[in-house]
Ligand binder design. Structure first.
Ligand code: ZN
Length: 166
């Protein structure tokens, strides 16, 4: 029996509820599940012993100072090795953590260096070249979507700038 497609199954249901109902203890915002080994790579070494062996949630509220939380335990963004890109004051704002490529780098590649495609952007900036997003990106997810988003934002700005000149 495939337990994930039957509604009577309690194992998937309970883990699903657990995953979706843990909101940030500080701001009550929805969290994003992040694997334990990702968290271990992202927290500063001095807090490593406090991480334990459970998975964590990442607070996705840009205004909130909380990075990871799990039950009563939490790590503020100041306790992490890298800024979380989705927080409003992330500086630098990395789009690709593996290549240490920032949103500004993508902008520059498109607006000043004339990159026209995503692969040209990656070539110029070094983004998505040597991907170990699972341990480098605080969300533990691949940076491809964020890089693409930054690229599209840059293309839009380039288009608007041209429209203004004409
Ligand atoms: Zn929060």
């Amino acid at each position: 029996m495939d337990c994930c497609t039957t509604s009577s199954c309690s194992c998937c249901e309970s883990s699903y509820i657990k995953a979706s109902s843990q909101t940030c203890p500080i701001c009550k915002h929805q969290g994003m599940l992040v694997k334990n080994f990702t968290v271990k790579h992202i927290v500063l070494d001095e807090y490593l012993s406090q991480v334990g062996s459970n998975d964590y949630f990442l607070c996705t509220n840009p205004e909130c100072d909380v990075g990871y939380y799990q039950g009563e335990k939490l790590f503020y963004k100041q306790q992490l090795k890298v800024p979380i890109w989705l927080k409003k004051d992330a500086n630098p704002k990395y789009v690709c953590y593996c290549g240490k490529v920032t949103e500004d780098d993508i902008m520059e590649a498109v607006l000043k260096k004339g990159a026209k495609t995503l692969s040209e952007v990656c070539k110029i900036t070094g983004a998505m070249k040597d991907c170990k997003c699972e341990i480098n990106n605080p969300t533990g997810k691949c940076c491809a979507d964020i890089v693409k988003e930054a690229f599209e934002k840059a293309v839009k700005i380039r288009k608007e700038t041209r429209d203004c000149l004409n």
